[in-house]
Design a protein around this ligand. Structure first.
Ligand code: NAD
Length: 396
């Protein structure tokens, strides 16, 4: 990606706590850019509540178009209004931009509270498919005509009776395509190669759902073989030819059944590196991984499509805490760190990372962490961000 030293980067503050955390996260990212001799020109875009106030619509076409034009952007959380006619504003946005991957790095920061004994073992990057699977939203409510049409078939297949005989069965469809799988796994493998990662694990329930999740696994291996024959090896070859010791220049492609993977996440964390998953598995797994290393206040993410990138924290708009200058801006700041890496500003990204880590270690943190860290001191979001900016200046 060719990025000038003074790029225009669109930012959507978002709803709820987004309005608290986005301006201060923006200041932190600007400070890291300036400390490395650059300058970000922020271009504020509107979506959600602020767009309704300004333009009387949730997702103005101009916002979508600007995100397409500028290609690399960042957003805070959006609240989905009740009765909006779609499931989620975020999903609508990801669909319009065809951001087909949700990428969530999970790594340990010194000092974060964790429910597990060795959180420092955690250093994974989750690639979750963003457009398919049960999230495609193809489902029918019990009692509707569509359900009526397939009721007998479902009843025969399920082999039981009375509960669904009267039509009281909801039906959902789980589409997983070769195209959708391969473009996700391609991104995961490319990331692993570029970032010197050891392995990519395909996480699936192919033992039960053979033609969807099983196909995901098979297409994943197929893609690795077809497009990365020199850079990857599968786990069988690893043992047969290399006695389990992968050569430095190879990424091992392996697969795990999702329930087992959730266990391994806790017990053998260090055996895993990059994970590639269908939508639902990715949802469960990345939240579970995030909980091991500090939770929602810290968990960063990004949505990626072909030539498009939208950084976004994992958390939502937490309306209960909105407008109080108290929510943790780290998740959005660290999402910004992924953005900086994406545009090749690794030095600025490292500054952000180190400053946030130092701040958390100092135990001067926002309310969510203060409650969990012994001897923690509670800061407002803005104070917390200011101290991070001071640290950036000291580190630079
Ligand atoms: P949420 O993530 O907004 O909040 C859950 C809880 O997590 C909060 O009550 C709070 O205790 C904690 N929390 C979250 N972010 C925090 C932060 N930065 N600092 C400190 N504590 C934090 O989840 P929810 O309550 O299920 O959803 C609220 C709204 O957000 C809904 O409208 C939902 O649709 C939306 N949402 C948006 C996104 C997104 O924009 N990508 C993601 C998830 C949910």
């Amino acid at each position: 990606l060719e990025v000038p030293d003074n790029p225009i980067i669109p930012i959507i503050y978002g709803d709820g706590i987004g309005k608290d955390v986005a301006p201060v996260a923006q200041d932190v990212l600007s400070a890291a850019a300036e400390a490395t001799g650059r300058d970000i020109n922020w271009f504020r875009l509107y979506a959600g509540e602020s767009a309704r106030e300004k333009y009387d619509e949730n997702l103005p076409e101009d916002t979508v178009q600007a995100l397409k034009d500028y290609r690399v952007s960042i957003k805070g959380p959006l609240t989905t209004p009740v009765g909006a006619g779609f499931r989620s504003l975020n999903v609508a946005l990801r669909k319009k931009l065809d951001l087909y991957t949700n990428m969530r790095p999970t790594y340990y920061l010194d000092g974060v509270p964790s429910p597990v004994s060795d959180p420092e073992e955690m250093d994974m990057v989750n690639f979750r498919e963003n457009t398919e699977d049960v999230y495609a939203g193809i489902e029918w409510e019990a009692g509707t005509d569509e359900v009526e049409q397939v009721r007998d078939f479902v009843e025969d297949e399920m082999g039981f009776d009375s509960t669904i005989h009267d039509g009281s069965v909801g039906i959902g469809v789980k589409p997983i395509s070769e195209f959708g799988t391969k473009r996700l796994v391609r991104q995961a493998i490319e990331y692993a190669i570029e970032n010197d990662r050891d392995s990519v694990t395909l996480v699936h329930k192919g033992n039960i759902m053979k033609f969807t999740e099983g196909a995901f696994r098979d297409w994943g291996y197929e893609l690795a073989e077809e497009e990365f024959p020199e850079q990857t090896i599968d786990e069988d070859t690893l043992w047969e030819e290399y006695d389990g010791e992968a050569p430095e220049d190879k990424v091992v492609v392996k697969d795990r059944i999702a329930d087992n993977m959730l266990q391994q996440l806790l017990t053998r964390t260090s055996n895993y590196d990059v994970l590639a998953m269908p939508n639902l598995n990715g949802d469960y797994l990345s939240d579970a991984a995030g909980a091991q290393i500090g939770g929602l206040g810290i968990a960063p993410g990004a949505n990626i499509g072909d030539g498009r990138f939208l950084a976004e924290p994992v958390h939502g708009s937490a309306p209960k805490h909105a407008g109080k200058d108290k929510a943790n801006p780290s998740a959005l700041i660290l999402s910004g760190k992924i953005l900086l890496e994406h545009i090749g500003w690794q030095d600025a990204a490292d500054l952000v990372h180190d400053a946030v880590e130092q701040q958390i270690s100092s135990k001067r943190v926002t309310y969510d962490l203060e409650r969990q860290v012994e001897g923690g001191e509670k800061l407002a979001a803005s104070e917390y961000a200011e101290e991070i900016i001071d640290r950036i200046h000291e580190l630079a």
